[in-house]
Design a protein around this ligand. Structure first.
Ligand SMILES: [Zn+2]
Length: 311
């Protein structure tokens, strides 16, 4: 009798222990699930594929999304290659007024500050970026900013008296020689300009044709890349006006090779709304060889590249 009872409890006790363990495991998993981001996002109303996109964000960013109401625009923005989380509210605001624009365009425009009018919400340019400094209609140089390593460009390579920063000039000469070996001559037409030069230029335009006209043809003082000593307008022999450069072999050579020497086409065709400038086939910018290759390979404008990778 005693023996049988022992046998019974010997079976029941382990079964109870196993049930308790299974219960605990199920409980823990359930607890984990309801505390998981995917569960919370789904509960907020996001669909599986949207949740998947949102889960790629960092924890604090997901927490931020969870504090908001469900908004199907958010995952569509997050999905964009150049999405920057800090810009989320600005994307959403811009989207409200531009619902028909592609999400890709919205991200690109806000990244380069196009949600503000030109020359509004401006900031000082970050001079600590060296050859990667960005100067545009939102980032300006102070009145007394002047590079300390400007050098005269020999008339062998230029029209008029021109200056460039030392390394930009050295690389220009390397580029000049490489092009020359293919019977192509690249000439510096305009390079370093002082703040005052730009101020006078804009004022002249403005008094002759009005400020709007001036704004569409010249940068305001402090906002011209030429003040960095890293920008140059190029030309070649026999070109009529700046626009004529596009039809030359020199133009083609520059498009294909300039980045190898650290120069990028700064205001490309079709990117007017991003750069804030009409297409300028002649305006190049020295950024250094490594950065020029990266920008060239990214297919982005410098403004877009800077916003995503360098800011
Ligand atoms: Zn220029």
């Amino acid at each position: 009798m005693r023996k049988r009872r022992l046998k019974k409890s010997a079976i029941i006790i382990p079964i109870i222990i196993i049930i308790i363990i299974i219960g605990i495991i199920i409980g823990i998993n359930f607890y984990k699930k309801i505390n998981s981001y995917s569960y919370k996002l789904e509960k907020l109303g996001y669909k599986k594929d949207e949740v998947e996109i949102l889960l790629k964000l960092k924890d604090d960013q997901i927490e931020n999304i969870l504090k908001r109401e469900k908004n199907i625009v958010i995952p569509r923005l997050v999905k964009q290659k150049y999405f920057i989380f800090e810009n989320l509210d600005r994307y959403l605001k811009y989207y409200k007024d531009h619902e028909k624009e592609k999400k890709e365009t919205i991200v690109s425009k806000v990244n380069v500050n196009r949600d503000s009018d030109y020359y509004t919400n401006t900031k000082p340019a970050d001079t600590s970026k060296g050859y990667g400094i960005l100067v545009n209609k939102y980032y300006y140089l102070s009145k007394d900013f002047a590079p300390d390593d400007l050098q005269d460009v020999s008339i062998l390579y230029s029209y008029g008296e021109q200056k460039l920063r030392k390394e930009a000039l050295e690389q220009f000469i390397n580029m000049f020689n490489a092009a020359k070996a293919e019977n192509i001559t690249i000439i510096v037409n305009s390079s370093y300009r002082t703040y005052q030069y730009q101020a006078d230029l804009w004022d002249n335009y403005s008094s002759a044709h009005g400020p709007e006209w001036a704004d569409s043809y010249a940068a305001r003082a402090g906002y011209s890349e030429h003040q960095t000593g890293l920008a140059l307008d190029v030309t070649t022999y026999g070109v009529k006006g700046q626009e004529g450069f596009e039809k030359t072999k020199a133009y083609e050579w520059m498009i294909n090779h300039s980045y190898e020497y650290g120069f990028i086409l700064r205001y490309p065709k079709g990117k007017e709304d991003t750069t804030g400038y009409s297409y300028e086939s002649w305006h190049y910018r020295y950024v250094g060889v490594d950065l020029a290759k990266k920008i060239h390979d990214s297919n982005l404008t410098f403004d877009e590249y800077y916003a995503y990778y360098m800011k």
